[in-house]
Design a protein. Structure first.
Length: 163
């Protein structure tokens, strides 16, 4: 019984510690619509995961670890965060008979404002540099074969519920 009590206490403390961290969930408007989730690990960094749904057929995912670079005091209410990070991204598209997949390194840079009520608005840029594969050649992708360079550079406006 003592082991069960200790185990349950440890699980409860871990659950409270994990859920006590600030989080935000919402949408990013870019070349499509993204579902975005942020989980703050401490007051200097957070993890961001995005599920991208472009305006054409396809899906993409990205995960970044972001460091809070500065927290300027530009007013009496709310809080500002300027952040940058790095992570991984991948996905695929099917557009007018062209198919393409990509995988690469994702960066993230942004400026967010969290209001006194649970709403966050941000301007972000998440460039992705990596490999492109498939039979399509359009945009910033190059190469003479079926594998080439993938470069994605689209700014985004994010609106998230902060809890």
């Amino acid at each position: 019984m003592k082991k069960i009590t200790i185990t349950l206490t440890f699980v409860l403390i871990t659950f409270v510690a994990v859920t006590a961290q600030p989080r935000a969930i919402g949408a990013r408007l870019t070349y499509g619509l993204s579902v975005s989730y942020q989980h703050y690990l401490n007051d200097r960094g957070f993890i961001q995961a995005d599920l991208d749904i472009p305006w054409f057929y396809g899906v993409g995912v990205a995960g970044t670890y972001n460091w809070i670079i500065a927290q300027p005091q530009w007013g009496n209410s709310g809080s500002w965060d300027f952040y940058a990070g790095v992570g991984l991204a991948g996905g695929g598209y099917l557009f007018r008979g062209w198919n393409m997949g990509y995988a690469g390194v994702a960066g993230n840079i942004g400026l967010s404002y969290t209001f006194d009520f649970p709403l966050q608005i941000a301007i972000e840029e998440r460039p992705i540099l990596g490999a492109r594969f498939g039979n399509s050649y359009f945009g910033w992708w190059g190469g003479t074969g079926r594998v080439g360079l993938y470069l994605d550079f689209y700014p985004a406006l994010a609106i998230r519920y902060a809890f």
